[in-house]
Design a protein around this ligand. Sequence first.
Ligand SMILES: Nc1ncnc2c1ncn2[C@@H]1O[C@H](COP(=O)(O)OP(=O)(O)OP(=O)(O)O)[C@@H](O)[C@H]1O
Length: 239
Amino acid sequence: MIELQHLTKRYGDALAVDDLSFTVEPGHVTGFLGPNGAGKSTTMRLILGLDAPTSGHALVNGHRYTSLRKPMREVGALLDAGAVHGGRSAYNHLLALARTNDIGPARVAEVLEKVGLAGVARKRLAGFSLGMKQRLGIAAALLGDPGVLLFDEPVNGLDPDGVRWVRDLMRSLAAEGRTILLSSHLMSEMALTAERIVIIGRGRLIIEATVADLTSRYPSLEDAYMALTADSVQYGATR
Ligand SMILES: Nc1ncnc2c1ncn2[C@@H]1O[C@H](COP(=O)(O)OP(=O)(O)OP(=O)(O)O)[C@@H](O)[C@H]1O
């Protein structure tokens, strides 16, 4: 479970996350939505201890990330698929991560198989496409077999086959009783993947609801999103 309690992050004069409180329950995929700059990635970084909150807390299974003894066994995350060393192979990249958490090489081989990269495990990451890097990032998140998983836009760069694969994977991970927080800007895909939705805008909570609730009140999840975030879009395009 993930619990946010009055989570706030200020960068200078800018409030990236503003008094945000919500809970992400196990057993569901929870979609995390909001316009560009709403604070989704910052919230995920705060949950993962990659940045410190200005005030408030983010708890994973009742503990702050920084107090987890074996963090990769409790929470896994894909934040930025491009943040890898191009000279390393996929296998060595995962093996280095595994070693820091007492995870053996057999698990590395297992997750490479699970994400469909076993055949290119020894190839240098510099030659990987964005979609292959997304798969590698998902493999890294799964390494410690954690009960809590965060994915920031995991379908970016994936082909239709990959998009469907991510959808099925997210749903099966949730069905195993894991807590899944998934951000994406693709509303139609989110409607097929998530059961619950959290929408934020300008760092603040707009709504926490089930997809079923939103689609019973609006023609589609996209219509619900558009209506609910109309006042929160910071970088609107001219039509
Ligand atoms: N390290 C930082 N220093 C200063 N400002 C930051 C920093 N990180 C994020 N911000 C600001 O915080 C706000 C929230 O950004 P964030 O990346 O969390 O939004 P997001 O919802 O993930 O956006 P997107 O959908 O575009 O990825 C933005 O205004 C951003 O410019």
